[in-house]
Structures are given as structure tokens and as C-alpha cells.
Design a protein around this ligand. Sequence first.
Ligand code: ADP
Length: 473
Amino acid sequence: MSSKPLKILFLASEADPFIKVGGLGDVAGSLPYALRALRSEKLDVRLVIPFHASIRAEGLSLIRETVFTLRRGNGEVPAQVFRTDIKGLPVYLISGAPITSSLKVYDPQADGEKYTFFSLAALEMARHLDWRPDIVHANDWHTAPAIYQVRRQQADPFWAGVKTVFSVHNLGYMGPEAENALLAYGLPPVEEPTYPAWAGRQPLPQALWAADSIVAVSPSYAQEIQTPEYGYGLETFLQSRRASITGIVNGLDYSLWDPCCDQALEASFSADDLSGRDINKTTMQSNFGLTQHPEAPLLAMVTRMDYQKGVDIALAALRRVTDLPWQVILLGTGNAELEAQARRLEADLPHRVAAAIRFDAKLSRQIYSAADIFLMPSRYEPCGLTQMIAMRYGSIPLARATGGLRDTIADGRTGFLFSDSSPHVMAATLRRALNTYQYRSKWQEMQHTAMFEDFSWEKSAFQYADLYYHLVQ
Ligand code: ADP
């Protein structure tokens, strides 16, 4: 292997701290740094994101790098590229009418055009800067067209031999809204006999077909997407690609999530001294008008209110265990029916249940630091960050054994797992957890073990780096 650094062009639709809507923003805002920190002289990682209208430019010290046009049908669309460096990582922001025309990061009306333009512009940028990557690494459907385009350009000397990695954070979103834009920018449907007919026209399946390597965001999810239950009709095709699929769990940015120095908390604490948790719990109980009852286990959910997250299962399970003393704080927003169900439980059990129907980053941190048991009964969970945050903060997860939850939680050691997506199975598991909670030394042992688990990015970054080296050998 040459001693020159391996060049990785890393594409994402969002990245913290520029812009974050969900878990992908956490990943793209941490993994490129973790890779550079690992072996900066060996891995030249560069991040490319869209210059969304909502990204605030002041304070970024931007350099205008290049301008060019992309072909679209019989016309041309101009693109501008800006660069800024954050903690040693070069970050490129791509602007152009398809990106700035919509104010939201995700907007079904605009996304097809926006992300097809972005993906192809990111590649064109590399050519204009004469920076030929060894690997193009894209994430989810929004940047999938770049993977397909690299494959289609293998006769072009600039792209010949360039390898591709495609990370699947959520197979459920394939990008059907991009069909017309793909055609307009010159990307034809993929003809693949093991696909369902619709798949060849959508960006995510196109990238699954074209990528040299596919990464699912946990080993269990890598297996699950090859089954009818989780494969969305692509399972047969994915089975045919099984040799190219790996699972790598996402990491947690330990500098951002640390109970010893989290400014949002009433009282800080560490695995060696958990006493601050009691103060945080009492504060939460009083803030939410719950009875001050130190012995009652405090349960919590912090979640998008979505059926994927099993919010309905949790609410129904809680109704089955009202003979035991517990309290719960539910923080989340999203699906209106699920929000209403949460409010109904609060109305029915006002001294036990508090429902905060909103997005509130500060409150989420206070909840992680106060709750005894963290509920995560997801129907599917490619990786999941919340269970890792909960464990880091000494809150014991009670979760469905699926995807990343299965891979990061050890039943009886760091949490409680159950298999069936049903309220009565979850309720039985909750009884098991509530019973264990009575044994304080056992409970504290679980908290210690959970808090000392290693979910740092370094571990995952090593696995990605190995994958990159393996591909270019
Ligand atoms: P997903 O990306 O599928 O929503 P993850 O578990 O990977 O789920 O990440 C969710 C992230 O969003 C976590 O950092 C969690 O704390 C945060 N989060 C979710 N809902 C809320 C909310 N209502 N208020 C504050 N933070 C939230």
C-alpha cells in the first residue's frame, strides 16, 4: 500500500454543528473527526454537506472554492462550493438553487431535486478541485446518487477505480421523491432481476446495487435487512449482496455526553459517585408535579413520537402495571395520534405520568440524568443513540431486542431486553426490571457496568478505517 494518505470524500445531508435534524447529524458530525483523529496522516477525510438555507454563515470563515454547472436535461444548473475547516477537518458546503429554494433540511416537495443535485455536485466538486478521492462514502438515500454515479463513471479516468461505501442508517426511507430528478440529471433506472420493479428507479436501492461496500449501522441490522420483516422487499436482493454487507454501530461523542460536566444538569455525577442522580430525580419530580417519592422508580422516554419507536406499545404496557409504584416522564413530538395517546395516559394517571410534547434538548439531558429506567420498545432500530446516552448517564434501558438495541444492551447486565412487539411482553419485562430495582446493590452494579461500556467513536472509526483499507487493497 502507498504511504500517501487515503482520501475519503464523506457525503451527508446534515452534520452537527452546522445543521442537525436527527441521528444522522450526530454521526456525520462525529465520525469524520474520529477518523482523522485516528490516523490523520493516513486518512484525509473531507466532509461535504448542502449549504442549507438554515445554516448560519456568520462565524464560519468561509472560502469560496469553486463554481461550476451541472447538466440537467437540456439545461445547466450552477453550483457554488464554499470551504471551512473545523478542528482540522475540511468541510465543503455546496450551494445552488435546488438547495436554497427550500427553507427546510427535509422537505418532500423539494428533496428529490435538492439531494440529486447535491450528490452529483459533490462529485463534480472533487474533479474541479482536482482532488481525486480513493473512496466516496455516502449516507442514506439523500447522498445515494453519488454512489450510483461513481459506478456509472468507471470509464472516466478521474473516477476509474474509485471505491464506494454506502451506510444505511434507515432502510425505510428510499427516496421515491427523487425518481424524476434522477432521470433529469441523467441517472437511468437500474435493471436488476432480483429487485422489485419500483426499486431500480429509487436512489437508495440504486446505491445498494452500485456500492462496493454496504454498511448497516449495527451488526444485527445488517442481518435484519436481509429478512422479509425488515427488508422492505429488498431482502432477496440484499441476500445476493451479503458478502459486501457489514454492520458497524455508531458511536457516541463522549465530549458532548458526559454526566460529570453536563451544564444542563441540576447536579453532576459520575459512576464513582451517583448521589447527584438523586438530586436530579427529585428536581424532575417537583418540576413535573409528580409525587416526591424517592423509592418509586422513575421511568422515561425521549423519542420521536413515531410507530417505529413503539410509543404505543410502551403506553399500553404501562397501563398493565399500575399495581406497582412507578412514575414516568415522556418527552417527544411527532405523530399526532401518539402525542394524544401520551396526553391521555397523563390525564388518566396525573400523579404518575408527565408528558412533555416538544423537542427540548436541555430537558432530554435532565431526563437521562434522573431516570432509573429508560424505555425503548422500538419496532425496528437500525442503531439508536438514546440507549447509549441513557447508559452513559446511569439510566438502565428496557428495550426491544432489535437492531442496535440488541447489539449494545446486555440483558440482565446493562439493561432489560424483550423480543415480541407486544404490550404484554413489555409489561412482563417491566415487572422484571421493577423487581430488580428493589435490590439496590444489584441495581447499582448494573448502573456501573452500563456507565463503563465503551460506546466511543474511536472503536467504530477503527472499523470504518479497516473497511476503507480493505477496499483499496
Ligand atoms: P432517531 O435518529 O431514530 O430519532 P436516535 O436514538 O438515533 O433516534 O437519536 C435520537 C436523538 O434525538 C437523541 O440524541 C435524542 O436525545 C434526541 N431526541 C429525540 N427526541 C427528542 C426530544 N423530543 N427532545 C430532545 N431530544 C430528542
